[in-house]
Design a protein around this ligand. Structure first.
Ligand code: SAH
Length: 479
């Protein structure tokens, strides 16, 4: 069967791709159809045909899937940020579990039975909306030249005005409207990417979900430490309940990187705080255990964006680490030391490694703030710091051969040199926290070939409505 561009046909959607597109099958030929969900019957038009598959566009829904639900956001198709909004939440969780499972089988070469035997049920969200504690809105102008803010239309740089993202904190709208009013009333120009002129580039908003504290940072194209008519902006923003920190980030570069390197607080404190509670992941409803840690977050710090699920993710990592108070632990890719400090409360010693120097400064400050003195932090690449440490024969042997290694790498996964050194260090247990199950599968294969066995695999939904999923895996060394 060969398809041509512009062919029309009716297909049933029988599966979904890792990117959230519906998949229809015609004589073994796969059709990828954006904006459809499993169970739909759809009239589609072929946009791009390859030998064994094609991309098609949804023209008309002939029959709506029982798994469909009405998207909350009017812009969900244009935005592309929420690939799964039209799919019922329970089905989203199923989708994510099978994404992890399929990647482990197809990319990791693990047996389906082996994977199923170790998989624990995915940890879903109680409320999959308004869960994000961080939002970065680009600023531009509409056709009439009025300042607007919203989101980039899928894979473009044109801004669609929308101050009310369904994943963001409820306060975002009021804050963005205050910034836009300040710009309009005082004729403050939005930044123009093509000319490099204008002032306001982005608005960053962060909220501490436990503390309720709010941070606003305007990313501006200037080298001055003051905004024009700054008081007019402050008058508006400081009226918003729980406003805690207002800053500007100077970014004069012609780049896609949002934040500038220099941050200057123009009102209130430099940071906001947030508390993460330890939960019991084996009990119904995951109740608090009574232990908690408080973190200070600056505009540049990396901090998990879904605080409610982060508690569950970290608590699971802690549970899998199986600490009794006697263990030595490495926490690689530690960011501002959140997982490290969780572990430190139940370990003899924890060493964290992170590439961003500022994050390590935050980690040290967070350790001190929480009264933790058994955590040490190293700046550098995990694939360099770990081998160098291991090569030092005089290094404390308890850290050359730790009991547990926890890793939480970015999407690209762990570097081969990092995995190699982990194997040489021979920890009893490895806990792998992953935001990309494809690279996870690749790395687990290497660790298993190097002498480890998977004990437990569990998904945690940190990003409801999107196709992304976190996975935590416990591995043990066998002889
Ligand atoms: N565990 C932390 C951070 C996880 S995100 C948390 O839960 O908050 C991954 C972190 O890895 C980021 O902070 C990133 O800066 C860092 N990173 C990226 N590449 C790295 C590398 N090669 N070596 C060490 N850290 C790296």
């Amino acid at each position: 069967m060969e398809f041509q561009k512009n062919d029309r046909l009716t297909v049933e959607i029988v599966d979904m791709s890792n990117e959230g597109e519906g998949i229809g099958k015609v004589d073994g030929f796969a059709l990828f159809v954006k904006d459809t969900v499993i169970g739909d019957v759809a009239e589609v038009k072929i946009m791009k045909a390859k030998k064994h598959y094609a991309y098609a566009r949804l023209e008309k829904l002939v029959k709506e899937s029982a798994y469909r639900t009405k998207p909350k956001c009017d812009f969900y198709r244009q935005c592309g940020g929420c690939q799964l909004q039209a799919l019922r939440y329970e089905k989203q969780l199923e989708f994510k579990e099978s994404k992890i499972r399929n990647n482990l089988i197809r990319l990791g070469g693990f047996d389906a039975q082996y994977v199923d035997a170790h998989m624990e049920p995915i940890v879903g969200m109680d409320e999959p909306w308004h869960y994000r504690n961080k939002a970065q809105y680009p600023v531009g102008v509409d056709k009439e030249g009025n300042p607007i803010t919203g989101f980039y239309a899928g894979r473009t740089h044109s801004i669609i005005a929308n101050t009310d993202c369904a994943l963001g904190a409820g306060e975002n709208k009021e804050i963005l409207e205050a910034v836009l009013a300040y710009m309009k009333e005082n004729r403050i120009p939005a930044y123009d990417e093509t000319t490099g002129k204008g002032l306001v580039r982005h608005v960053l908003i962060r909220k501490g979900f436990t503390s309720k504290e709010i941070m606003v940072c305007l990313i501006v194209n200037t080298d001055k430490y003051r905004l024009p008519q700054q008081n007019k902006l402050l008058e508006k923003l400081t009226q918003i309940e729980n406003m805690t920190s207002i800053s500007i980030s100077l970014n004069r570069e012609k780049t896609n990187v949002i934040m500038g390197k220099e941050i200057h607080t123009i009102w209130g404190s430099d940071t906001i705080s947030d508390t993460i509670h330890v939960r019991n992941m084996q009990a119904e409803g995951y109740p608090f255990t009574g232990k908690a840690l408080t973190f200070h977050i600056s505009p540049l710090s990396f901090y998990q964006v879904n605080p409610v699920q982060t508690e569950k993710l970290y608590s699971l990592a802690l549970e899998y680490a199986g600490l009794t108070g006697q263990e030595t632990v490495w926490d690689l890719y530690c960011g501002i030391g959140t997982i490290s400090l969780f572990l430190a409360g139940s370990a003899k010693k924890v060493c964290g490694v992170e590439i961003i120097p500022q994050a390590i400064e935050d980690a040290k400050a967070n350790a001190a703030r929480n009264g933790i003195d058994n955590a040490e932090f190293f700046v550098g690449k995990a694939e360099e710091v770990l081998p160098t440490f291991y090569a030092k024969q005089d290094a404390a042997s308890e850290m050359r051969h730790p009991d547990v290694i926890v890793v939480d790498p970015p999407r690209k996964g762990c570097d081969a040199d990092c995995l190699d050194t982990m194997l040489k260090m021979q920890p009893e247990r490895i806990v792998y926290v992953s935001c990309d199950s494809a690279t996870l599968a690749r790395d687990l294969r290497i660790l298993c070939d190097g002498g480890y066995e998977i004990q437990k695999i569990r998904g945690v939904d940190q990003f409801g409505m999107t196709v992304h999923v976190e996975t935590v895996v416990l591995m043990e060394r066998h002889n």
